[in-house]
Design a binder for this molecule. Structure first.
Ligand SMILES: N[C@@H](CCC(=O)N[C@@H](CS)C(=O)NCC(=O)O)C(=O)O
Length: 204
């Protein structure tokens, strides 16, 4: 099994957590952001992560997590009960389709417009800060977002970890936005503890 990945990639880290959780052996193929030719050739698109499982090519991190869970059911990432699974999938979709738009919007303003639209930034910043309360509530009385470690933790951790720490060498605008706009207060102690808990888990 091969994982095509790139340095500092949040979406690749999702898969790195899942593969280690399932104790699957994988060869990492590190690509350069400036040269997507290899990834484009094998997957027909240029983004990472891409998984090559003995010729089965899967791209898009949520699709890779679902593929891995179906193909390798040990150490599950999704609940078996249909209602519980639907709840978790709803969280994954909310995170990707709603939550992610806020840091993306801020990063786009900072990188694209001169001068940036302050109203867009402040609205998205408000949503990002407010979401910290929701993640904290999800962790009330449990160690992981949906109880046991699951796809929800793989999906969210690589983005929420910036509330805890950022490697100073990682100065990508999107990551700086996640660092600047996710300030934890004492009320977020369960979220801070979860960040450290997931940080301590293995990754491939
Ligand atoms: N929906 C995709 C998004 C993949 C994606 O945006 N990957 C980033 C790395 S985290 C990438 O390849 N970025 C390069 C670019 O946008 O040029 C997923 O979740 O895997």
């Amino acid at each position: 099994m091969k994982l095509y990945r790139a340095a500092w990639s949040t979406n690749c880290e999702r898969v790195a957590l899942a593969l280690a959780h399932k104790r699957l052996d994988v060869e990492s193929v590190w690509i350069d952001y400036g040269d997507r030719s290899l990834v484009e050739r094998i997957s027909g698109q240029g983004l990472v992560p891409v998984l090559d499982d003995a010729g089965a090519i899967v791209h898009d991190s949520p699709a890779i997590l679902a593929y891995l869970d179906a193909r390798y059911p040990q150490a599950p990432l999704y609940p078996v009960a249909p209602a519980r699974r639907a709840e978790l999938e709803t969280f994954v979709d909310w995170f990707n389709l709603v939550w992610k738009r806020w840091p993306n919007a801020i990063a786009e303003e900072l990188e694209g417009r001169v001068p940036p639209d302050e109203r867009t930034i402040s609205l998205a910043a408000y949503e990002l800060e407010s979401a910290l309360d929701r993640f904290t509530a999800l962790l009330d009385g449990r160690d992981f977002l949906f109880g046991d470690f699951s796809a929800a933790d793989c999906i969210a951790y690589p983005f929420l970890k910036f509330a805890g720490h950022r490697d100073p060498a990682d100065d990508e605008t999107f990551h700086v936005v996640l660092d600047d706009h996710q300030r934890l207060g004492p009320q977020h102690a369960p979220l801070a503890a979860w960040i450290e808990r997931v940080a301590a888990l293995p990754q491939v």
